[in-house]
Design a protein around this ligand. Structure first.
Ligand code: FES
Ligand SMILES: [Fe+2]
Length: 420
């Protein structure tokens, strides 16, 4: 299998998309799960989802159930959501609260620290200290919870150093979740990322999104009128950003470069301006909620953060919209969309979901629809990878190169080699 995999990885022609086998083969998918999804760091959720000891949420990384819980000391921990007796999945709800975790099969009972505290009928014959829940590496930065299924995860400090300061003014760690929407995207997870990494499609497919952002205008190719507008937007916000101690990191049109496999950049945070007339990413550009976090002014542009292989967020002055990807087979990606607002904002008074949701819910659904149809085309024997635009799809190329690097074992993720 190893040589087959090496041979397959070599079939990608530089500057082109990837061949069909990358998007639908049952053989390649487990290798991706092992090397990428069980190798690196995954965004799991927000600390605000589990404010009190005993609060938990669950997620499935392909077939691996994960339990994320606030322990008695108030720390966030993650465990394999699997009983140490005969392996039953323990917590079956998406979220909840427990005093202790009691296995629904034979009642083995675990504390909120993951220790086995009772196993009636077997107490005498067991050393309970050896049968606690299996821990999963967990890190928290600025209210974001990351987990790694690897035994020896890559260093988290570089992400922490970048996301910590960048995310601080947004106040993710003290926000409120206004809405969660789960999407099932009948598409390979890589098609979802490739779609996310270019805005070539935005004018045609995202009539709302493209008006609010300068993503479609790569600077050197933008018209003088657009350049003028970008300069005006930058001037309007630049001085205010400086006054609020917010760093400007992406001051021109087009998407910021991400990922960057040549520099091991599997995460990135940057802040960019919104188009003229847009105070936030809403349908009419007007604010849809009170200012979030530390913001004292609405002209803060958009904070964008992403990490491979499963997280991105667009955070405006008044609300933030995040996405968490999880693979569920070669042709299925589960995406959770989160809408966050200021911690004390009250629905119906301070914000209205009917006004807040459409901008990103529509954009999301437009993208998932594209991915669905692309999967159908890519599945066909008639599919042949086409050339990528150097002007517009440089990040698709970067994503593919990052992916190939990870699959070859040369990137950030520490692969758990399963290949004979
Ligand atoms: S499988 Fe959990 S107690 Fe038996
Ligand atoms: Fe899109």
């Amino acid at each position: 299998m190893k040589s087959e995999l090496t041979a397959l990885l070599a079939t990608r022609r530089e500057g082109y998309g990837m061949p069909r086998a990358f998007y639908n083969t049952d053989a390649l998918y487990p290798e991706e799960v092992a090397r990428i999804w069980q190798g690196g760091w995954l965004f799991a959720g927000f600390t605000i989802e589990i404010p009190k000891p005993g609060d938990y949420f669950t997620l499935n990384v392909d077939n691996t159930p994960v339990l994320v819980m606030r322990d008695d000391a108030g720390d966030v921990r993650a465990f394999h959501n699997v009983c140490r007796h005969r392996g039953t999945m323990l917590c079956r709800q998406e979220s909840g609260h427990v005093r202790a975790i009691i296995c629904p099969y034979h009642s083995w009972t675990y504390s909120r620290q993951g220790d086995l505290i009772a196993c009636h009928g077997m107490q005498e014959e067991l050393d309970k200290s050896k049968l606690g829940l299996k821990p999963i590496h967990t890190e928290v930065v600025a209210g974001l919870i990351y987990v790694s299924l690897s035994n020896s995860p890559p260093a988290f400090a570089p992400l922490r150093d970048e996301f910590g300061p960048a995310a601080k003014p947004q106040g993710f760690d003290r926000a409120k979740i206004a809405k969660i929407i789960d999407y099932e995207v009948p598409s390979n997870w890589k098609l979802v990322w490739e779609n996310n990494r270019e805005c070539f499609h935005c004018v045609r497919c995202h009539p709302q999104y493209f008006k609010a952002n300068y993503d479609v205008y790569e600077e050197e190719f933008a018209s003088d009128a657009v350049k003028k507008q970008m300069a005006a937007s930058l001037a309007r916000t630049q001085s205010k950003w400086a006054a609020q101690g917010i760093e400007i990191t992406h001051t021109h049109g087009g998407l910021a470069t991400f990922p960057d496999p040549d520099r091991n950049r599997w995460f990135a945070a940057d802040r960019t301006m919104l188009a003229e007339g847009f105070d936030t990413e809403s349908m009419d550009g007007k604010r849809v909620a009170p200012l979030m976090g530390d913001y004292a002014d609405q002209d803060v542009g958009v904070l964008r953060m992403r990490s491979m292989p499963n997280f991105w967020v667009h955070a405006s002055c008044d609300h933030a919209v995040a996405a968490r990807l999880l693979p569920a087979g070669p042709r299925m990606t589960r995406v959770r969309g989160y809408w966050l607002v200021k911690e004390d904002a009250v629905e119906g008074k301070d914000y209205d979901l009917e006004k807040m949701l459409p901008f990103w819910h529509l954009t999301n659904e437009q993208d998932w629809d594209i991915c669905k149809w692309q999967q159908k085309g890519v599945d066909s024997i008639g599919y042949e990878p086409g050339p990528l635009s150097t002007r517009k799809e440089y990040n698709v190329d970067a994503f593919i190169r990052w992916y190939l690097q990870e699959m070859r074992g040369g990137g950030v993720a520490a692969p758990q080699l399963r290949i004979a």
